[in-house]
Design a protein around this ligand. Structure first.
Ligand SMILES: C[S@@+](CC[C@H](N)C(=O)[O-])C[C@H]1O[C@@H](n2cnc3c(N)ncnc32)[C@H](O)[C@@H]1O
Length: 227
């Protein structure tokens, strides 16, 4: 199985080729590289792509060890990128129309094989060991915040998210986030085989519709109050 950051790059090449020719786009990664493993390394790979394209890049992780390592990487690259220590869902909730591309690979799903060191990082920073429900809720909150923090046509990849059957339940990080997103302005039409990750795209007219509905709600509320 290929990793989610490879799917993100493929989705950009095949679904947003014109973006790759534009400078100044904003990419956010939630879940910074924590171990220098060949199978992970998304922070280095995605930040390099952003540097080559003239994009901005921010990575966010709850663990200051990981963000310190990312900040050191950005210094070595000579790139003005940011490494933020925060819960990703809280960081997103403070932003409006800020990100074009988001790689969501944060709170680990509970596959039962996490090292004691990882478990202790969760315990000391978030207050408890890795918990499947917390993982699902964290990714749900991040997707909900992205309905405001995403820019028009925002493209999101959630890693470690898959289905055993085409109509089966979502597993891994996305059991709550993906169904919610599909009911709330996101589509998932680009799903090549061979990845345990899902691509979500904010419908182009999402903010237009949203503004229209808000206007109708405000107008109706004024009429009800005046009656
Ligand atoms: C699977 S690792 C990320 C791997 C990285 N994307 C890579 O491929 O190299 C998950 C990361 O999420 C971080 N994390 C867990 N909960 C988080 C949260 N609520 N907000 C931000 N980061 C979180 C962990 O500290 C860990 O570094």
């Amino acid at each position: 199985m290929e990793h989610g950051h490879s799917l993100l790059i493929r989705a950009l090449q095949e679904h947003r080729p014109s973006w790759l020719e534009r400078r100044g786009l904003n990419m956010l990664e939630i879940g910074t590289t924590r171990e220098p493993l060949a199978t992970q390394d998304s922070t280095r790979i995605l930040s390099k792509l952003c540097q080559e394209r003239g994009w901005n890049f921010t990575t966010c992780d709850m663990d200051p060890r990981n963000t310190a390592r990312a900040a050191e990487l950005f210094r070595e690259m000579g790139a003005p990128f940011e490494a933020v220590t925060d819960r990703g869902e809280d960081y997103l909730a403070r932003h409006r129309h800020a990100f074009d591309v988001v790689y969501l690979d944060a709170y680990d799903f509970d596959h039962g094989k996490h090292s004691e060191e990882r478990q202790q990082r969760y315990e000391s920073i978030l207050g408890s060991r890795i918990d499947q429900h917390e993982c699902e809720v964290m990714h749900l909150k991040a997707m909900q915040a992205l309905n405001h923090a995403g820019r028009r046509g925002c493209l999101v990849v959630i890693d470690d998210t898959w289905r055993e059957k085409a109509d089966g339940p979502w597993l891994g990080k996305g059991p709550l986030a993906v169904p919610w997103a599909l009911r709330n302005g996101w589509t998932s039409t680009y799903q090549p085989e061979g990845y345990r990750a899902v691509v979500l795209e904010l419908q182009e007219d999402y903010y237009d519709l949203h503004r229209r509905v808000s206007r109708v709600v405000r107008r109706t509320a004024r009429r009800v109050l005046a009656a």
